[in-house]
Design a protein. Sequence first.
Length: 293
Amino acid sequence: MASLKEVRNRITSVNSTMQITKAMKMVAAAKLRRAQDAITQMRPYANKLNQLIATVSANSETGSQSPFTAVRPVEKVLIISVTSDRGLCGAFNSNIIKATNALINDKYATQLAAGNVTIKALGKKAFDGFKRLGLTVNGNHSDIFTKLSFAEAREAAEEAMDAFEAGVYDEVILVFNEFKNVATQIIRAEQMLPLVNKVDESAASNVDYIFEPSEDEIILDLMPKAIKMHLYKAVLESNASEHGARMTSMDKATENGGDLLKDLKVVYNRTRQAAITKEILEIVGGAEALKDS
């Protein structure tokens, strides 16, 4: 049985850890509110932009002339994997790494065997994780969440777009956590390039736009913006998901710390009672020995 001093030290340690996890939960909750507002405001804009491009492209041949809609045999693949810069958020990061690995093994095993699968890491945990796995990591945006902005996401998107346009990659896939609520994040694997527009043809035929300056210029100008917005939206989704996952994780850690503290207090009381009983027995034994003498 552990000594009283050891048990007291463990109780002090658990109390200190619980204070840290409570503080981290409060910080994550404050950041989550801002991140949730950002993605909530972004979704309608991004969805409407995609709908606009899909609707206009359905009635135009210009969309098919864009270098970002070029469909080629998939020989070289770029996977953009979005994680966080920090840990202590449960399985948030490991789930993305596992999902990316599963995607590669299931869909791109041939390309992997030929050494034609490349990872672009958005988030320090993705960069470190895929480096350890021995995969090719090209492009390190591990500090994207330090100064989260559209400019940072645009830079990463433009690198992928330029490489796709130059024929370096035939397909670009985006893997990220979609924010549903504080306790739930949904892993998404979406095709970023080539750009595929899905639209209800009956709805598209009923839409009549007046174009200024021209239909072709608008389509060719909006397509790159939509691709960049796709990546930025994924980053915002991941940011909100990270804070939700950290908040849930720290709440669970605090709860587990409370359970451990109860058990340690029981052990402390039992140890203390055993020590008191031992001292009483020693005193009684000593008194009896004095009587006999």
